[in-house]
Design a protein around this ligand. Structure first.
Ligand code: GLC
Length: 416
């Protein structure tokens, strides 16, 4: 079969995105004036808070010294490799020292450049740096009327491009530009997105850009669900931890994803060749909610043991495996990783494998397991009677086959 020719653009994209694919797991941070209210980052809009009243939050915002170091330390401990922070959310308040507006963290409340602190913290902990930027802006006077008035559109687009220029000029190498909500302008032409992204790439030649400026760019951003995009297209699922992006002290503990659930999300994205960007919404002073810390630390420990099944170049599992009641798979070439989340005891029986097993081992460092393979059954034996993994109850078994694994069961009892 002739190998598909990659265009120069595809090659350049593959080169720029290698680290991102290998990284798999990142931390999203939603933090802004809304954090003070603790009722979701859309609180200004949902409660119809008058602008003059909301603006007072810019002066009351008190931030403890360098909270970004706490986030970055936690991200590192959790096995995350990059971070994306809201530099400006829909509320319009800029967390950096902007010349485009004085509604910013240097001139109001905190009187510090919170973006600079965040970038420093990422660098200190060896994490790649991402900037979230909301195109929609509820504070800028032209932010809504730009849809109906050409003068307003001109001013608002200049403001938007100016903000992006500042962010990508003043903080050294930036790895990811993560746009959000392109309301109210209806087309990429109206936003002048092509020019904005060309500017971004000129300032930061290695940058990776998401798909929310109404052009596809480098990766798709499924939100609050995990579903693989078409093969060949990079994607990253962004997920809240407790149903709100912004700080939400009113969320009961059962609304927070468990460590076990986060591990399952990691399996789902890995199986589809995607990434997971998991959010924390720090408290107004920047502290990490304890619920997040408590759940992320075990995930990091789990990844230390089982990271081989997650990080680096992975292949999609489509067409290789069937669903199974004890757990699902990720894959790297001929190696399948069975994420056994319901441990059955000493033997695991897998039906329908058409490829031959060469060796099976418990990660991280188990001896080869005894196994028996017949035409329709593969039995892994000599397993401990209790699930070896005590962190989340998900144990990974590394199964190396002699060819790309192929399991075929069909819905009926016997394949016709
Ligand atoms: C949505 C929300 C926004 C959040 C974003 C994260 O677009 O409007 O509040 O920041 O999702 O993906």
């Amino acid at each position: 079969m002739a190998r598909q020719q990659l265009s120069a653009e595809d090659k350049d994209r593959a080169r720029r995105m290698k680290w991102w694919h290998d990284a798999r797991f990142g931390m999203f941070v939603h933090w802004g004036l809304y954090s003070q209210l603790g009722r979701h980052e859309w609180v200004m809009n949902r409660e119809r808070i008058p602008l003059a009243e909301y603006e007072q939050l810019a002066d009351s915002w008190k931030v403890k010294p360098r909270p970004a170091r706490e986030w970055a330390r936690l991200a590192k401990q959790a096995g995350m490799k990059y971070m994306v922070m809201t530099t400006k959310h829909h509320e319009g308040f800029c967390l950096w020292n902007s010349q485009m507006t004085d509604y910013n963290a240097c001139q109001r409340g905190p009187r510090r450049d919170l973006v600079a602190e965040y970038v420093d913290a990422c660098r200190e902990f060896g994490l790649k740096v991402g900037f979230y930027y909301s195109l929609m802006d509820w504070h800028h006077p032209d932010g809504a009327r730009c849809a109906k008035n050409e003068g307003a559109r001109r001013r608002f687009v200049d403001f938007t491009h100016g903000c992006v220029r500042e962010l990508l000029s003043n903080y050294g190498p930036i790895d990811i530009l993560w746009y959000d909500v392109s309301w109210p302008l209806p087309t990429p032409e109206a936003w002048e997105s092509a020019a904005m992204n060309a500017m971004a790439r000129q300032l930061q030649p290695h940058i990776i850009i998401n798909n929310r400026s109404q052009v596809p760019e480098d990766f798709g951003t499924p939100e609050e669900h995990i579903r693989a995009e078409d093969a060949g297209r990079a994607w990253e699922a962004c997920m809240t931890f407790n149903g709100s992006w912004g700080y939400m002290p009113y969320a009961p503990p059962e609304d927070w994803h468990s460590s076990r659930k986060v591990v399952e999300m990691l399996r789902q994205v890995t199986a589809g060749g995607g990434n997971l960007l998991l959010n924390i919404g720090p408290a107004p002073d920047g502290s990490v909610p304890p619920e997040a810390t408590e759940r992320l630390l075990p995930v990091g420990k789990w990844l230390k043991r089982y990271g081989e099944a997650v990080y680096g170049k992975v292949d999609r599992t489509d067409g290789c495996f069937e669903w199974g009641p004890l757990g699902q798979w990720t894959r790297q070439g001929r190696v399948g990783y069975l994420w056994c989340s319901r441990w059955p005891g000493k033997e695991i029986v897998l039906g329908g494998f058409r490829s031959k097993l060469k060796e099976a081992r418990l990660l991280p460092d188990g001896e080869p397991l005894p196994f028996v393979q017949t035409a329709d059954q593969l039995k892994l034996q000599g397993l401990p009677s209790r699930a070896p993994d005590r962190l989340t109850g998900t144990t990974v078994i590394r199964c190396e086959f002699t060819s790309v694994p192929k399991q075929q069961l069909g819905a009926g009892y016997v394949l016709l």
